[in-house]
Every structure is written in C-alpha cells, then in structure tokens.
Design a protein around this ligand. Sequence first.
Ligand code: HMG
Length: 393
Amino acid sequence: MKIGIDKIGFYAPHLYVDMNNLAKARDVEPAKFTIGIGQEKMAIAPLTQDAVTLAANAAMEILDDSDRAAVDFVIFGTETGVDHSKAAGVYVHHLLNLQPHTRTVEVKQACFGATAGIQMAKGHIALNPDSKVLVLASDIARYGLRTGGEATQGAGAVAMIISKDPKILALEEPSSYLTEDVMDFWRPVYSEYAQVDGKLSNEMYLSFFEKIWNAYKQKTGLGIGDFAAICYHLPYTKMGLKALRTIYDQGTETDKDRLLENLEYSKIYNKHVGNIYTGSLYLSFLSLLEHQSNLNAGDRIGLFSYGSGAVGEFFTGLLQPDYQVHLNTKQHQDLLASRKEVSVEEYEQIFEAKLPKDGTDFELDVDADPAKIKLSGVGGHIRHYMNSSQVKV
Ligand code: HMG
C-alpha cells in the first residue's frame, strides 16, 4: 500500500519586513542578509496570529468534507506551542470542525516535530488504511531584536494530509535518523526567545547531514544520481546550499547541475518567509513543486529534516502522477504577493507587543488582520479564537 502526502497547504501572516531595510537599520551590508544568509523578506506575526491560528489557516485551505470525516489523528509539530499542557491541535480540531473521534497530540523536537508527525502518521495509516492524518507544522521563530539570529526569524505553517494512495508524494520505506545531545539551539521554558550558538548550530546541521546521508546510502545503496531533488530544512536558504555542497561531487556533473537547479526552486518561498522551524522543510518541498515544472511522476525527492538539540532524519518519496493538479500554487503565490510591508520601526513595535500574562481580559484588533482564523483576545487565562470563514464551528 502506498502511504504519503495527499494534500499540502501553507499559510504565512500578512506582514513582512524587507531584509534590505532590516540590514540598513542594523548597520549591516544588505548583501550579508540577501546573499550571505539568502533571505529577502521576513514574515512577521501580529498578536492575532499564533501557532494555532497559523496552522488552522494552513489546514483550512486543504480540508474538504470527506477529509473532515476521515481524519482521526491530528499531530501538531511545534516549538512555539501556546500551552504547556493542552495540545495546540485541539484548538485546530475545533476551529476546523473535525469529527470528534480523533486522537490529537502535540509533538516537540525543535524543527524535527513535523517529521516525527509524518512518520507516526505513516504507521497509523499502515494499521488503519481508511483513515487520514492531519499533520501540522507551525511556528514563530523569535531570537530577539538586534540579536545574531534576528535575520533568521520568520512565521508560518504547513498542513499536510497523510493517507493511503496519496496524490502528491508516496513515502518510501527506508530512512535514516540520528540523535545526539547538543546545545546548539534551545529555548528554556521561562524564555520567549531561543538561545543559540549560531556557529555550532551550522556545524551540527552539517555534521548530522553527513552522518545521516552516509547511513542512508549504506542502508539503501542509493546515491545522488537517484534523486531528482533534495529538499532541506531551511533555517535560512544559504544553509541548503552549504549542505548540498558537501555531497554534490559524489555523482556526475549532470547530477550536480540538476540538484543545484532544483535547490533554487526549493528556496523561493523560504526566502520570502524566513525560518518557520518545523514547517521549513515542507515549505521548501512545496516551493520546489510549485516552481519547478520539469519534475515527473516517479521522480524521487529526498527530504533532510534537522531539529536542533538534536535529531535529524533523511527520508524519501516518489512524486505521484498529476501531482501538479493537486497543488494550490496560485493561492500560495497570491498569499505572498498580497502581504503588507512594514517598516523596521513597525516590525519592532509588533515584535514587542505582548499578551497579558496575568489572566486579565484583553481584546485584539481583529480587523487589522485579513486572516480567516485569528486570536481575538484572552480572558481568564483562556485564549479566544475566531473563524470568520464559512466553516461551521
Ligand atoms: P552571523 O554571525 O551574523 O553571520 O550569523 P556570518 O558572519 O556567519 O555571515 C553569514 C554569511 O554571510 C557568511 O557566509 C558570510 O561570508 C556572508 P558563509 O560563510 O556562511 O557562506 N556575508 C556576506 N555575503 C555577501 N555580502 C556581504 C557579506 N557579509 C557576510 N557583505 C547565523 C549567521 C546563521 C549563525 C545567525 O543568523 C544565527 O545564529 N541564526 C540562528 C541559528 C541558525 O539558523 N542555525 C542554522 C542551523 S541550526 C537549525 O537549522 C535549527 C533551527 O532551525 C532551530 C530548530 O531546530 O528549531 C535554527
């Protein structure tokens, strides 16, 4: 039985800051951000968007009535959850009117969470072939104003339906993975901001890629000639190039050119959104599919997932016939094109705005956010969400 990605949706908040302007404000050469880091725009989440609403907006785009009836497992990968106890997916389950006999959990391991979700979903479908799993990858990356990591922030979510007979990508069986206890990036429970050793995090990413790729090759006998494209977790888009460079001489010149060309397509959305942590790999996969028209059914795509701390995995899938028909390319391009640019000063104000932490009632200006699903306020330590779409909740 084929199991894999049947549908894939994406959402980013409606505000962004231009990286050239951020560079100037931080007294940095703009080329450092646009070429050295490889980012052009950074998505900014207003208070009306959190990990729950970003995920719900991404999922709303792909769910139809038959999915709502068949999904019986919601797996929410995030490292910016809104509650230490309640799974963010429970709010999404309600906001999207999913059938009640559903198992819903949150999964955390930095940017690896959604990959764990996909592998769990695969096992669930193998045991329950007629069910579907909704895997959500949603995060807001925050390092703090004027920090070393500031240029690699971002916000957004990817939602995927995992099912049998998938319309987009059939996952293959072998994969290789690795865990090592490393302090390259983490966020203590008392902190709003990530702690990071930037240089070490880059080194660990590359060291994980090398070890996992070698283990994968040993396990399968496959090499870079067997891949149409390899998508990477992209904390910033230059990172993908750094990883690909370590292996692109293992095949022919044609292999190298093909993988480099497809890497360019797989970076386009990420360049305009920034790091969305656990969704970044899947945004890159979506970017490849929605920009490269020369891929064919049966082409093998490699996916490298890295979550600091650290856990990594390399796994693969085969593109399915007519996968293009099942993408929402125009909707995603319109979403990004219709965003509003904010100045660096406005970005700083939005960044510093906070919800009360003492349970006081607080209403948000929902009219300023064009999203269908948003946080409308808090009261008595409870978050209040609204869905202004037609979906009955
Ligand atoms: P930095 O120290 O500001 O930058 O930090 P740099 O000095 O290393 O420069 C960056 C690049 O710009 C260099 O290129 C420079 O040469 C180049 P490279 O040598 O790396 O190829 N450069 C220029 N290029 C053109 N024109 C110029 C110019 N000037 C310099 N004028 C760093 C960069 C990424 C470390 C920082 O932003 C950071 O700490 N970010 C957060 C951590 C991060 O993203 N790590 C990535 C790997 S870990 C990961 O992926 C997991 C993560 O997503 C978290 C999770 O799992 O949840 C982060």
